[in-house]
Structures are given as C-alpha cells and as structure tokens.
Design a protein around this ligand. Structure first.
Ligand code: ATR
Length: 279
C-alpha cells in the first residue's frame, strides 16, 4: 500500500489562502493521490513546528505570513533566493530527511511574465519598482537575476527603499515616491508591488504620460484583475500583465517537489481561481 503524500499551506492565519484550490486542481488534473490542506501554526509554536518538521506527517509545505523567516531559519538548506532574503515560502524534506527551503515569489513573478509576455526581458534595461515591502524584495531580486541594468525603487517610506538598495547593491537605486515622474521616461518595465489599487485600498494615482509606449506594465495586485494602473497603461497602448499568474506560478516549484510532476499554469486554473476571487 502506498502512503499518500501530504502537503499544506502553513501560517497564521491560513483560512483565506487559495493554495489548496491551486494544488487541488493540479492533483486532480494529473490524477495523483496526494493531499494538500491547511495547517494553522500558532506563532508561539512556529519555531518548534518547523524545526521538528519531519514529525509533522507532511512531505513539505507552503509558508505564509508571519512564518517565512522562522521557516527559513529552521531549514538545513536554502535556495539562493531564500538565502538572500532570509525568508522561505516553500519547504520540502529531501530523501535523507533534510529540510530544504525555497523562496518562490520571484520565480512566480518571472514565470508569469515569461508565460504572458514572452521575450519581455530580452533587453533587460531599466525597471521601475513601486514599493519596498516583502514582495518588492523578491521582485527586485528576480529582476537582478535576469540581468536588468538598473532597478529603481520608489517608496513612500524612502528608508525602506534605501534598505533594499543597500541589500542588493549597485544596480539598484532608491528614490522617494515624489521623484517617480523624473524617471518614468527611462522605464522598460514598470511594476507595482504596493497594495495601492487593490479593492478596498487607496488608489494608485500615477500620471503615465512620460512612460515609453514600449514599456511593459505589471501589477502584483490581482483583485481586481485589471487594476486602474493596467487599464490606464492598456488605454495608452502599453503591453500589460496582471498579477494572478504570479500567485499561480509561485506554487509550481512546491508541487513539483512534493508530487513529482511539474504542473502547468493553464487557462482552466486561471478561470477557477478568478471565479473564486469574484465571489
Ligand atoms: P508586502 O510584503 O506584500 O510587500 P508590505 O511589506 O506591507 O507588503 O509592503 C506594502 C508596500 O505598499 C510598501 O512599499 C508600502 O509603503 P511603505 O513602506 O511606505 O509603508 C506600500 N504602501 C501601502 N500603502 C500605501 C499608501 N497608502 N501609499 C503609498 N504606499 C503604500
């Protein structure tokens, strides 16, 4: 009798997570016997949970806030992104019982653009990143991994942009938010990593007049799917990519580690998650 491989989304809270729906879709699509559930991990017990992970009954897990740093610290091995960020969102036990961790947010960001805007990084010139939180950190890291020549980070709290600049080095430049207008004209890529424009949050008010028409515009916000930023960019003829695919692509490496098949981010999966988001 084969043992059913089990994975889960772990964090505090986990009730809102759409990861079970994503992995459930793939398990069904590929006819696999595995399971993917939710496991809330009380912050007081998180250190113990991840350091004793081999006793959890799971072959691996995703990690969401606020445990990504604790999970990374509990790992025996980390991929480059998780090591650089000190935060892991995907864990798995290797054949020898070692706990391995990866940070797949950047991979998800790149995978989404690779799928929906092939060739988007062929010139890899100047990127403009709005925001300097956790998502920005993963995205800046991923853009540097694709050899962008310069990555300009704009943030309301400029000290956070400066901290990212200090972390990532010479190809990154930190700016206060109000200087954006001076740099938009250089952009090959414009990325919103802030929560501005999300349903229920403040609007992202930008004047895109100086943005080159050749620039690609993308948003990590996916509720609504077509944010004001993307609508405005599309209306003036810029290529755009919405943020839903980042959520889906960041799940790919975990599924492959736990269940042995590299899953495809297909249209049916996008529709499934989209209809759930719209409810
Ligand atoms: P995440 O980890 O998802 O990136 P975060 O760390 O809370 O989330 O970062 C959210 C980003 O959105 C930050 O860059 C934040 O700017 P501050 O560092 O100044 O807080 C940005 N953000 C959120 N609300 C904002 C607002 N009303 N105006 C400007 N920036 C905002």
């Amino acid at each position: 009798m084969s043992i059913v491989r089990k994975a889960a989304i772990t964090g505090w809270p986990v009730a809102h997570s759409r990861s079970p729906m994503v992995h459930g879709y793939w398990l069904k699509k590929y006819g696999l016997e595995g399971e993917y559930g939710r496991q809330a991990v009380d912050p007081d017990l998180a250190e113990k949970f991840y350091s004793d992970f081999s006793g959890s009954g799971l072959v691996g897990c995703n990690v969401t806030v606020p445990h990504k740093e604790i999970a990374a610290a509990a790992c025996d091995e980390l991929d480059d992104a998780a090591a650089a960020m000190g935060a892991a969102n995907t864990l798995w036990l290797d054949g020898t019982g070692k706990l391995c961790g990866a940070n797949t947010d950047g991979i998800g960001f790149l995978g989404n653009l690779d799928q929906l805007a092939p060739g988007w990084d062929s010139d890899a010139g100047t990127a403009i990143v709005l925001g300097a939180g956790g998502a920005a950190r993963a995205i800046v890291w991923s853009l540097l991994s694709r050899n962008f020549k310069s990555v300009h980070i704009f943030n309301r709290t400029v000290s956070k942009a400066i901290a990212l600049k200090e972390e990532f080095g010479t190809r990154t430049i930190a700016h206060p938010w109000d200087k954006l207008v001076d740099y938009l004209g250089q952009a090959d890529l414009l990325v919103n990593t802030t929560s501005l424009g999300m349903t229920g949050k403040a609007a992202l008010e930008l004047d895109l007049s100086d943005l080159p028409k050749s620039a690609l515009v993308t948003d990590i916000v996916y509720v609504p799917l077509k944010t004001d930023l993307l609508q405005q960019a599309e209306a003036r003829g810029n290529r755009t990519v919405d943020g839903l695919g980042m959520l889906l692509h960041q799940a790919v490496p975990g599924f492959e580690r736990w269940f042995g098949i590299r899953p495809e981010v297909d249209e049916n999966l996008r529709s499934l998650i989209l209809s759930d988001l719209e409810q």
